[in-house]
Design a binder for this molecule. Sequence first.
Ligand SMILES: C[S@@+](CC[C@H](N)C(=O)[O-])C[C@H]1O[C@@H](n2cnc3c(N)ncnc32)[C@H](O)[C@@H]1O
Length: 194
Amino acid sequence: MVINRRKWIDNALQPVKEDGDAKDKKNSNQVFRLEILPMIKDFFNEDGIALDVGCGNGRFSFQLAKYHSYVHALDVMKYFDSMFASHNVEFFKVPFEEYEPANSTTTYSTIFFFGSFYTFGNTGYINTVNKCLSLLDRGGHIIIVDNQKRLVSDDAKKVKKGHYQMKDFGKEINVVLNAIQWNGVHRVLVLERK
Ligand SMILES: C[S@@+](CC[C@H](N)C(=O)[O-])C[C@H]1O[C@@H](n2cnc3c(N)ncnc32)[C@H](O)[C@@H]1O
C-alpha cells in the first residue's frame, strides 16, 4: 500500500531543471509569473499566511512569500530546494491529510495547490476541501491550478481518476474564479470560504 502510494507520487512529480524551474515550458516559473499570478494576486492578503500544498521544490512557495507575511510549504516528500528558501518560508515534510499546524491557532488566508490537487482523488476531493476549510480564514481562498481537463462537468457520469467535478467541493465555498490560462493548459480555480 505504502509502495503504491510512493509510486503514484513519483509519477506525479514535476521534473525540474538545474535552476529549479519545470522542464515542461507550459509549467514554467515564467508562465506562472506572466499568466497565472496576475489572475490570483488580488486574492492574496499580505498580512496572511499562505499554505503551499504539494510544494515540490518550493518554487511557488518562494513566489507566494512575496505576497504574504509567511508561507508554510508542505510536501509528502522532501524535494524542497534551498535555492527557494526565504526568511518567511518554512517547509514541512508531511502528507496534507495528516498536517496540523505547529501552532493550533494558525489559520491561512491562502491555500495553494499547483499541479497537486488532482492527486487527492483517493481520499476524495470533498475531504480535501473540508480539510482546507478547517485551516482557512473566513473569506480566505483555496487556489487550485491544474490541467484544465481535470475539472469535469457536473453532469458527466464517468469521472476518471485524477478528475473532479464542481459538486465534489461542497457547499461551504463560493467559486470566485474559474479561468483557463491563455495558452489553454491550466485552469485556475479560486474558491472562497463563505
Ligand atoms: C506535480 S508536483 C507539483 C510540485 C509543485 N507544486 C510545482 O508545481 O513545482 C505534485 C507534488 O504534490 C506532492 N503530493 C502528492 N500528494 C501529496 C499529499 N497527499 N500531501 C502532500 N503533498 C503531496 C508530490 O510529492 C509532488 O511534489
